[in-house]
Design a protein around this ligand. Structure first.
Ligand code: GLY
Length: 359
């Protein structure tokens, strides 16, 4: 049955959901500035394995299911995926010990990764500096140019018939989305407003919070060493950093992580920390041009799993994706499509049911 659906939020989740729903329903997407925010700032890693952490088994499973859907999702949009895989570097002995904990956890979940000495790591990824003690090689994680993805998703949504309304939403209730001076009636509303979702519905009030991330963009120059061939993630004296190469020579370097409310200022200390830590892993970046600094707000949930499901009849949520918004876009869009159609969503997304908020 076809519905009149309003999707609130035009980041990667809202755009993906609206695009998928538009095949079966009349869809309006409401966002004052679509295709910006955290999705625009993002690094673009599609990395369930290298984001994995002991205790987050369900997140690993939902991430792995979404990763498996990414090649088809990207092909439908005409977006290229970066398939060179990831190396994870441990700077000192304590950092490599932490990586051993992650590798053991992954092995227990049936996902073996290759442990490498510093020398072996440099053989796989020659841009890694001489001080790095060791690390992991993870061939399966992917990456995508997040900005190209947002351009393609926006175009695909328009083409599929999604109507874009550039307005701010004040609240969402069953049957209507409240705008500044009016209400937009709908049979189904989908809250996909990232960190801002908490203010839109009482059930989300303390369920989603902003988690600030500062991120840099660099570019190799004539005469400098080329960027890494792989995505490089690292722990440097326990501080995580990542470098994601783009096909056009750009290198995305991220990201800080703070609980600072809705502050999106890029701080001098944040930029300094990212550069200092990344240079210890890939020394060549010191000669690169720094082309952009940005900050985005991840939508953190209490257990780091997203919230995907019914809040009440007529109101769905697709928010709280925290560090994994791009990775989880395909499975989230498919789950919301299935739920709106009244059919079973992918099994792995059940862990994201917002009913757990009441427990
Ligand atoms: N997914 C990487 C980040 O949130 O910084």
């Amino acid at each position: 049955m076809s519905h009149n659906v309003v999707v609130v939020g035009g980041g990667v989740i809202g755009l993906s959901v609206a695009w998928r729903l538009a095949a079966e329903h009349d869809v309006t997407l409401v966002d004052p500035t679509p295709a910006l925010g955290a999705s625009w700032a993002a690094g673009g890693m599609l990395a369930p394995v290298t984001e994995a952490w002991p205790g987050e088994e369900e997140l690993l499973d939902v991430g792995a299911a979404s990763l498996a859907a990414w090649p088809g999702f990207a092909a439908n949009l005409g977006v290229d995926l970066f398939t060179e895989g990831t190396v994870v570097a441990g700077f000192d002995a304590a950092d490599t010990a932490q990586l051993d904990v992650v590798a053991d956890f992954l092995a227990r979940r049936g996902r073996t990764v290759d442990r490498l000495t510093g020398r072996e790591l440099r053989r796989v990824e020659p841009t890694i500096g001489p001080a790095v003690r060791g690390g992991l090689h993870v061939p399966g994680d992917l990456a995508v140019d997040n900005r190209e993805l947002l351009r393609r998703l926006t175009a695909a949504a328009y083409e599929a018939g999604v109507a874009f309304l550039r307005e701010r939403v004040r609240a969402v209730r069953a049957g209507a989305v409240e705008l500044a001076g009016s209400a937009l009636p709908c049979e189904v509303a989908v809250i996909a407003a990232g960190a801002w979702s908490s203010g839109l519905h009482p059930a989300l009030a303390s369920a989603v919070r902003p988690v600030k991330g500062e991120i840099l963009r660099l570019r190799a120059r004539d005469g400098t060493l080329p960027p890494p061939r792989h995505t490089v993630r690292a722990l440097v004296e326990s501080r995580p950093v990542y470098l994601v190469p783009r096909a056009d020579g750009e290198l995305v370097l991220g990201a800080t992580q703070y609980e600072a409310g809705f502050d999106t200022a890029v701080t001098a200390g944040g930029v300094r920390d990212l550069l200092v830590h990344a240079e210890r892993v890939v020394p060549a970046i010191a000669e690169y041009e720094l082309t952009e600094t940005a900050a985005g707000l991840r939508a953190g949930s209490r257990d780091n799993l997203p919230l995907v499901g019914w809040l009440e009849p007529g109101v769905l949520v697709a928010a709280g994706h925290h560090r994994n918004g791009l990775l989880l876009a395909p499975i989230t869009a498919e789950a919301i499509r299935a739920m709106a159609a009244g059919v079973e969503p992918p099994a792995e997304i059940k862990a994201a049911d917002p009913a757990r908020l009441e427990r």
